[in-house]
Ligand binder design. Structure first.
Ligand code: MN3
Length: 237
């Protein structure tokens, strides 16, 4: 994929056409507030790897909290009305942006997390995604090791990601707090996330306590590779 196409798709050229409001890629949503996305499965659907109580609290308290606080933080913010992805792409870590940064990240990251965890679906990458993983990591096993290592070594709260770069290649990275690889003004490695693991303690502590590695191992069994694969195809075509 050409770099320009990637930037267009990921919003990287928005700044360049800021003077042409009719061409803006902000796609205003009529300032409708963000809503908690519907969960595609029951709270207990991921048992025993992710327990029902963790799921329920994570979704109804944590994610719902990010959505509520995001809407409040956007009330008087210039990014109000933009899509969640464009907000992530444009946000900075300046003091006046922090509330939007944390809660837009919280909303985007968790929405992706629930999507790729949906029960059923392929249990290993297939097709173009499988080929690209082999190309960029050597093998699926190597990818798994690198991803698990990135997740295990996040200091404090954060996420590990599989993301697509400007050339359509895949890379593993990790971010702090609710940051993600879309946030080009905030993080070093920029790309479009296709898979993410939440390693905040609220994601696993009730069931795993301090055993983050065990949570990561079991999370790997839950990934719906069909959905990750379609996200990858969307990113490169
Ligand atoms: Mn979380």
């Amino acid at each position: 994929m050409k770099r320009k196409d990637f930037l267009l798709r990921t919003g990287g050229v928005c700044a360049g056409i800021a003077l042409l409001p009719t061409l803006s890629c902000s796609r205003p949503r009529g300032n409708k507030p963000f809503e908690l996305p519907k969960l595609g499965f029951a709270f207990d659907a991921l048992e025993p790897n992710i327990d029902a109580l963790t799921m329920e609290i994570h979704y109804t308290k944590h994610h719902a909290g990010y959505v509520k606080k995001l809407n409040a933080a956007l009330e008087k913010h210039s990014l109000r009305g933009e899509t969640i992805m464009d907000i992530c792409r444009k946000i900075t870590n300046k003091v006046e942006d922090v509330a939007v940064l944390n809660n837009a990240g919280g909303h985007y990251n968790h929405s992706l997390f629930w999507e790729i965890l949906q029960p059923k679906g392929a249990k290993a990458p297939e097709g173009k995604l499988a080929k690209q993983i082999n190309k960029d990591f050597g093998s699926f096993e190597n990818f798994t090791k690198e991803f698990a290592q990135a997740a295990a070594t996040v200091f404090g709260s954060g996420w590990a990601w599989l993301a697509v770069d400007a050339k359509g290649g895949l890379f593993v990275t990790s971010t702090h707090n609710q940051e993600n690889p879309l946030m080009k003004n905030v993080v070093d490695k920029i790309g479009l996330p296709v898979l993410g693991i939440d390693v905040w303690e609220h994601a696993y502590y009730l069931h795993y306590q301090n055993r983050r590695k065990e949570y990561i191992t079991n999370f790997m069994k839950l990934i719906n590779w069909e959905i990750v694969g379609s996200k990858f195809l969307n990113a490169i075509t």
